[in-house]
Structures are given as structure tokens and as C-alpha cells.
Design a protein around this ligand. Structure first.
Ligand SMILES: NC(=O)c1ccc[n+]([C@@H]2O[C@H](COP(=O)([O-])OP(=O)(O)OC[C@H]3O[C@@H](n4cnc5c(N)ncnc54)[C@H](O)[C@@H]3O)[C@@H](O)[C@H]2O)c1
Length: 286
């Protein structure tokens, strides 16, 4: 072979290798995946959506709050992410059906479901109202069930596969004064997670839960100055919050910190993990 021919062939080989390398380097962990994230207008769900789209997923964000949801969609679009939004109350099966259909209509499939929507309605047991109990259990436990049941027609197919990530809490594992409704609902999410993992393993669907500790969102803000949601202030009473922060110190997470393990459970990195409750509390609970 002439020297010139050899040089051309080497040049072509190098070009192919560098193209392959650059493709590998730009591959996101969720390329080609379609995800639905509930309660993603703000807080942890929003951070999940931003991270997922950065990693190549098409994401349907959803919430009961229209304005912040649309604002989040705009923010994601500004980063070049592929996003659609859908108003959906997870307590309503017709809404959760519509939500899963939106993923398939807009992006052609449904591969990942993050059940993140949640609320707290705190009171000591003897003062807790039926409304407070029902609201927590309906949104957290029934809402998670509704979404999974609505996803069944897309995920329960031989060879389809999928990832379901449910949001639990360390409080559901250890109990917490003033949160009998919240802790019972979150503990319920753990049982539900393990049953889905068993029932849908044969379809290649994994189902895991995350048990968060303390994440900086309106959930954990000062109650006195906190946001009002459905007639009650969100957050933790200032004194209790200060005591808690003194105790847990550097164990407080940002929503961005909290989103990273969600990405792990949504990606192929966790393909052989199912029915697991991942403790993401920086050691608040062990
Ligand atoms: N922040 C923490 O320290 C912490 C700790 C443990 C668990 N969690 C859990 O993490 C999840 C996210 O919480 P966050 O801290 O980001 O709170 P957040 O209040 O910032 O976000 C929750 C979102 O859920 C939405 N939502 C409420 N009811 C809904 C419904 N019926 N249908 C659809 N969406 C609804 C809200 O509008 C809100 O946008 C919750 O499940 C919460 O219980 C949070």
C-alpha cells in the first residue's frame, strides 16, 4: 500500500474513533426514555425533571398548580430539554389516566414513572381531623396507586420494561410525633412498592422507593411564614424546625441533591435493584 493511501486510511479510522468517542461522551443516562413525574411544579419533582431532561429524557411534568408548572416547563425548555406539562390531581383516576396518555401521545411511550406528589397535614393524633387524615392518605398512598394503575396499560407488556420510583420518607420508617397520617401513608408506599416489584418483575419493570430525610423545600420551611396550601400553612413550626436543624446540622439536602438518587433508580445503573427502599437522609435515620 502506498504511503499516501495508508495515511488516508489512518485518517478515516481516527475520524470514526473520535466520532464514536464524542457520541459516547454526549450520551445521557436517560437518552430515548419517556418519564412522567408527579408534583413537579416545584421542589424535588422540579429538580428531578431538570436533571432527567439534562440526561436526555423526554419528561411530562404534572401538578395541581398550573402557574408554577408552566413556569417550570419554560425553564426546562430554556435549557433545551424536551418537556410537556399536564395538570393532574393524583387523587383522581381520570387525571392519572390522562397523564399517562399524555406521555404516550406527546413522546410515544412511557418508560419511567416518578410518584413524587405529596403533602403534609400535621396534628397530634387526638386532634387530627378526618380531613387531615384523608388528604395525606389520598394524595400520598392512593395517588401513588392511581398513577401506577394508570401506567399499567403501557408498562405491563412483555419485554417493555420500565422504572417506577415512589417517594417515601424516613418518617414512614421511624414514625414522627404529629404526623400519624403522613407516616402511615408513607409506610403504605413502602408495602405498595414491594408488591408492584413482585407483580411486575415479569414485565421487566423495577419498582423502588426513596426515603428522604430533610430536603429544603416549602415542605420543610418555617410554618409561621410558610406557603398556605388548601387552607393550611406548609412547613414545620419555627421552634421545632430550629431544634431539628441543630440536631441534624449538615444533613439538610437541596432538591438537586435529592434528585440524584432518583436518576440512579430511573437509569440502567439500577437495573438489578427492585423492591428496595433507598434511604436518602444523610444519616438522619439508619
Ligand atoms: N422536603 C422534604 O424534606 C421531604 C422529606 C421526605 C419526603 N418528602 C417527599 O418528597 C415529595 C416532594 O416533596 P417536596 O419537598 O418537593 O414538596 P413540595 O411541596 O415542594 O412539592 C410537592 C408538589 O406536589 C404537588 N401536589 C400536591 N398535591 C397534589 C395532587 N393531589 N396531585 C398532584 N400534585 C400534587 C404540590 O402542588 C407540589 O408542587 C413529597 O412526596 C414529600 O412527601 C419530602
Amino acid at each position: 500500500m502506498s504511503a499516501i493511501k495508508e495515511e488516508i486510511i489512518t485518517g478515516i479510522k481516527n475520524a470514526i474513533t473520535s466520532k464514536k468517542l464524542s457520541k459516547e461522551l454526549t450520551m445521557g443516562k436517560l437518552d430515548g426514555q419517556v418519564a412522567v413525574i408527579t408534583g413537579s411544579a416545584r421542589g424535588i419533582g422540579k429538580a428531578d425533571a431538570l436533571l432527567f431532561t439534562k440526561e436526555g429524557a423526554c419528561v411530562v411534568i404534572s401538578d395541581v398548580d398550573r402557574e408554577p408548572l408552566i413556569e417550570t416547563a419554560r425553564e426546562i425548555e430554556d435549557t433545551g430539554g424536551k418537556v410537556a406539562w399536564c395538570i393532574a390531581d393524583v387523587t383522581k383516576p381520570e387525571d392519572t389516566d390522562k397523564l399517562m396518555d399524555t406521555a404516550v401521545d406527546k413522546f410515544g411511550d412511557l418508560n419511567i414513572l416518578v410518584n413524587n406528589a405529596g403533602i403534609s397535614r400535621d396534628a397530634l393524633i387526638h386532634r387530627m381531623t378526618d380531613a387531615q387524615w384523608d388528604m395525606c392518605v389520598d394524595i400520598i398512598l392512593k395517588g401513588t396507586f392511581n398513577c401506577i394503575r394508570s401506567a399499567a396499560k403501557y408498562m405491563m407488556k412483555k419485554g417493555h420494561g420500565g422504572k417506577i420510583i415512589n417517594t417515601a420518607s424516613v418518617m414512614g420508617l421511624m414514625g414522627n410525633v404529629g404526623q400519624v397520617n403522613y407516616t402511615a401513608a408513607k409506610a403504605g408506599v413502602v408495602g405498595l412498592t414491594k408488591t408492584v416489584a413482585r407483580e411486575w418483575a415479569r414485565f421487566g419493570v423495577t419498582c423502588n422507593a426513596l426515603a428522604y430525610g430533610f430536603v429544603h423545600t416549602r415542605f420543610t420551611a418555617d410554618k409561621e411564614t410558610g406557603e398556605e396550601v388548601a387552607g393550611e400553612k406548609m412547613g414545620i413550626p419555627k421552634k421545632a424546625r430550629e431544634r431539628m436543624l441543630q440536631e441534624i446540622g449538615d444533613k439538610v439536602m437541596t432538591p438537586e441533591n435529592a434528585a440524584k438518587p432518583v436518576l440512579f433508580l430511573a437509569s440502567a445503573d439500577s437495573d438489578y435493584i427492585t423492591g428496595h427502599v433507598l434511604n436518602v437522609s444523610a444519616g438522619i435515620y439508619m
